[in-house]
Design a protein around this ligand. Structure first.
Ligand SMILES: C[S@@+](CC[C@H](N)C(=O)[O-])C[C@H]1O[C@@H](n2cnc3c(N)ncnc32)[C@H](O)[C@@H]1O
Length: 256
C-alpha cells in the first residue's frame, strides 16, 4: 500500500515552477475542454484539487465564467492566491468529497491529475453529483492503470511505472464508480501534453521534485534517475520537446 502524499509537507515549494503550463499545452487543454464542455451555458466552473491554480484562471478566461478552485492543502491554496490570482476565481478549502458549493451550482467541473489522490472515491463521486447541475460535464484528466502512456519518466525512474499501476484505478473501475453516482460516460479522448521544450528544461523541472510519484521512490532511486537524465540533458545538441498523451475522461451528470 502506497503512502498518501501530503502537499502541505512536500511538493508545494516546487510545484508551480516544476509544473508550469507551457503555452502550447495550455492551448491544447483549453481546446479539449471547450470541445467536451457540452452545449449548455457555463457560468460557474468547479476546479476540484485546484492546487496552485494552474488551470483555474485558464478556465475563467476560456469560458468567461466564475471559477471556484477547491483544494485541501493550505500551502497549495496560499500559492494559488498569490501566483494565480484572477478576478473571476475564488480558491476555497475543501476536497472532492466536501465541495463548498450549493446543490447543482456547477455547470462544468475539472479534475486535473487529482483522482488518484482522493481516498474516499465513492463519497467523492456522490459529492460531485450533488454539486454539478444536471447535464453538466465532469472533465477528468488522469492516468488509468490499464492505459499507461509511454512517459519519459518511466525510462529514467523505472519503478515509477509500477507505482503508477498501483496508484491509479483502471478506466472501467472509474466509469463504474461514477455510473453508480449518477454520471454517464460521454467520451474518452487523449490530449498531447508538452511538459518541456528540451531535455535540459525537463531535467531542471524534475529537480524541483514537483511530481508526487517521486515521494514513493527511495532517495537513491531518485538521484540515480536524475544523474542519468542530467547526463543526457548535458549531451543534448538539438532541443527536443518532451511530450506525451494524457487521457481526458468526459462524464455527464445524469438528471435525477
Ligand atoms: C497533481 S496536483 C494537481 C493540481 C492541479 N489540478 C494541477 O493540475 O496543477 C494534485 C492536487 O490534488 C489535491 N488533492 C489531494 N487530495 C484531494 C482530495 N481528496 N480532493 C481534492 N483535491 C485533492 C492535492 O492537494 C494537490 O493540490
Amino acid at each position: 500500500m502506497l503512502k498518501r502524499v501530503d502537499y502541505d509537507r512536500t511538493l508545494h515549494p516546487g510545484y508551480a515552477r516544476g509544473r508550469a503550463l507551457l503555452p502550447v499545452s495550455r492551448a491544447a487543454w483549453l481546446r479539449a475542454f471547450r470541445i467536451h464542455a457540452g452545449d449548455d451555458r457555463i457560468e460557474m466552473i468547479l476546479d476540484v484539487g485546484s492546487g496552485t491554480g494552474r488551470f483555474s484562471p485558464v478556465l475563467a478566461d476560456g469560458f468567461d465564467a466564475d471559477v471556484v478552485g477547491v483544494e485541501p492543502s493550505l500551502r497549495m491554496r496560499e500559492i494559488a492566491r498569490t501566483e494565480s490570482a484572477h478576478p473571476a476565481v475564488t480558491y476555497a478549502e475543501g476536497s472532492a468529497a466536501d465541495v463548498p458549493l450549493p446543490d447543482g451550482a456547477a455547470d462544468l467541473s475539472l479534475m486535473f491529475l487529482v483522482w488518484h489522490h482522493v481516498p474516499d472515491r465513492a463519497a467523492a463521486a456522490a459529492e460531485l453529483a450533488r454539486a454539478l447541475a444536471p447535464g453538466a460535464r465532469l472533465l477528468m484528466a488522469t492516468t488509468f492503470a490499464d492505459r499507461l502512456k509511454d512517459l519519459l519518466l518511466y525510462r529514467y525512474f523505472p519503478r515509477t511505472r509500477q507505482i503508477d499501476v498501483e496508484l491509479f484505478p483502471t478506466l472501467a473501475e472509474t466509469v463504474e464508480l461514477f455510473d453508480a453516482a449518477g454520471f454517464e460516460h460521454t467520451a474518452l479522448t487523449e490530449v498531447r501534453h508538452r511538459s518541456a521544450e528540451s531535455l535540459a528544461e525537463y531535467a531542471a523541472r524534475q529537480r524541483l521534485r514537483a511530481l508526487s510519484v517521486y515521494e514513493h521512490l527511495t532517495e537513491a532511486e531518485y538521484e540515480d534517475g536524475m544523474a542519468a537524465l542530467e547526463a543526457d540533458a548535458a549531451a543534448e545538441t538539438e532541443p527536443r520537446p518532451v511530450e506525451a498523451d494524457c487521457d481526458l475522461l468526459v462524464l455527464t451528470r445524469r438528471p435525477d
